[in-house]
Ligand binder design. Structure first.
Ligand SMILES: [Zn+2]
Length: 282
């Protein structure tokens, strides 16, 4: 789940920074925080964490994959990673930095924040899915370093795709889509609808799952679509109004004999994998 710079954030950024420092430093919390620099990260934890170099290596490796598969440049700036075991401290920190968050947002296991004039920051609650959440949020960090204002579906779709280490481990979203497909033959995926979404609250579980499925279709679908996403991202890096991916896909599948939704459905159903729940990070 990313939060982008906007006027509210800009005018409150300095205040939020002070509050965050207070939470980390105030003796009343009687909590020792640990900060380790493993470039390009500063990892801040509320418990001793000797595995920081392994986390760095894992995320740098993911960055190399994002470069190889999507053409995204590796993150060069320092990224703060707050990795907390205490749910109470985690929620308190999120609300101190982003007071406008809803209670439901603080239940998420991961949040990425980029604000003008501040280091980008990942907030991650320790859990048995911590690796998945770190990969999801780091993908947001990498994409946001390349594309200033990615559309919501694209941002979440790419992060959801790369949060899994392999396609076989990414079945949460498949499990979300399958009942909808089975329940209604009238339902069809609609990328143009996703492209019109502008607010995070519009992204429900179905929207996450469908966004994931479109990224998956673009990266592992028919050969004729596989270069669209890297080309789109390269254009989006310098152009705030790139041609929508739905338009590029519609041009490829302009024949009535090969409608896009049929191509999507064929790819989705043909690539069946054993179900295995993976994550709830956003
Ligand atoms: Zn996300």
């Amino acid at each position: 789940m990313p939060f982008r710079a906007n006027p509210w954030f800009s005018c409150n950024a300095a205040i939020a920074g002070i509050v965050m420092l207070a939470i980390v430093a105030r003796p009343a919390h009687a909590q020792t925080f640990h900060a380790v620099t493993v470039e390009p990260f500063v990892i801040i934890t509320d418990f001793p964490f000797p595995q920081a170099p392994q986390v760095r290596d894992h995320l740098v490796s993911l960055g190399e994959r994002l470069h190889a598969e999507l053409g995204l440049k590796p993150v060069r700036e320092t990224v703060k990673i707050y990795l907390l075991k205490s749910p109470e401290r985690y929620q308190k920190l999120l609300l101190a930095v982003m007071p406008q968050l809803q209670v439901g947002d603080t239940q998420r296991h991961g949040v990425f924040l980029r604000r003008r004039g501040e280091m980008p920051a990942m907030f991650v609650l320790w859990s048995d899915r911590v690796g998945t959440v770190l990969r999801h949020e780091f993908t947001h960090a990498t994409l946001s370093a390349n594309v200033a204002n990615p559309s919501i579906w694209l941002d979440e779709g790419i992060a959801s795709y790369y949060e899994a280490e392999s396609l076989a481990a990414a079945n949460l979203y498949r499990e979300t889509l399958e009942p909808r497909l089975a329940a209604s033959s009238a339902w069809t995926p609609d990328l143009a609808r996703l492209e019109r979404l502008r607010q995070m609250p519009e992204m429900g579980p179905m929207e996450y799952a469908e966004s994931w499925s479109w990224i998956r279709f673009l990266l592992s679908g028919p050969p004729e679509v596989r270069d669209l996403l890297p080309k789109y991202l390269a254009q989006a890096a310098s152009d705030n109004n790139p041609r929508p991916l739905s338009a590029s896909l519609s041009r490829i599948y302009s024949s009535p004999a090969t409608p896009l939704s049929d191509q999507w459905r064929h790819h989705f159903t043909a690539s069946s994998e054993p179900s295995k729940r993976s994550t709830n990070s956003k």
